[in-house]
Design a protein. Sequence first.
Lengths: 155, 240
Amino acid sequence: MEGISSRMSTTYGTPVQDFIIPEDYNSIEESPSSSVNWFQERLDLSDEYVSKVINVREDLFSNWKNYHSGLTPSQIEKVKTFSITLTHLLSYLNFRHDLMMNILQNSSESPHHELTPLTPPWIGTSLKSYIESQGVSGLEEVDRWVQGLRWSDPF
Amino acid sequence: MPPNAAYSTTVASGKSFYRITSLIFSAGPPSTYPNVVNGKGAKKSRFGNRYNHPGATTIYLTEDLETCFAEKMFYFQRDVVQGIDKLHPLSAIPPFQQTFALWEIELLNPITDVADLNIPGATAFFAVFPSLPLNPSRDYEHLKDARANIESQGHNGIVVGSSRVTSPGNMVVLFDDQSKNLASITPYDVEFRLIDIHGAPFVNHVIQTLDFTTGEVQFAGTIPAGGAKYSTWQRVDFNH
């Protein structure tokens, strides 16, 4: 698939882990359909799931991916938000596929204490379920969390 | 207000500068490499960075490899420790050994009127509290404000000592997109790993104690000029 790179960890001397690296950060802007498709394939996210997250009909979303028409500019921006957020999470995990799948699928414990700005917003559920239920606002919360974790000064 | 020549320097063309990014920037074709110095990452950041508020185009370079490694080691270790702290809700910790793209960058044209905070009297002139650029542990709103003030005076960047490198080393902070001002830009895969207090690779957060002031670095493939010592794992000390 164009615009895609996938490396095996043998390059880096660590055992049998897949690295999944989107090729070219700018492709999210320049080719949002191929970018979101890449994430869907690598992370096992269906058209039904993504269309629910961005709040468009599944047939419109699928048609847009195939024929590059059918979504409004604001809906395409939501698709970009989806890809950007997952890119930032992948970067945090050094593009390790197994770790990304863990975060997406595993349910986290319910909080036993006051939440802080560094508490993952999907606490008490899985990231995948959280994004599905919260939509684009959930994506933005996740992106705010990961950027805050890495670049803000929480101390 | 014109830039003050007494506290300014020129960032030279034809000289190597360095930057480290995630592998996403080197995974594409070479035609995409100039994006590494377009400054959009800083511009789009939600919280800004050490010398920029969100929305301000900024490119962070270093003048030498050691400074680049020390700066990155600080953030790499912080990412991992944050992951350990959040292990239970996250179900994943960033790997204790990671690979990044080190970029060797040569500018096509020199950049003039760059404020040099190393020149005696410069911090006073630019109203920068001299303690804050030196603190490695966190960034300050004051430094972001200072950058905005310096830029408003017509300067094109800042040269300032790195707070993370243990020996003297400079960061070069540029205020404009440099993607069209490149003589060359070359990526190298570089591996970082954490070590424990006994100097062994840090591989088990349950039983090992992390060394908070040192990590190790080596090049995974080709090596830039001046980087031969990093053909095998080398200690990189940094301020924490």
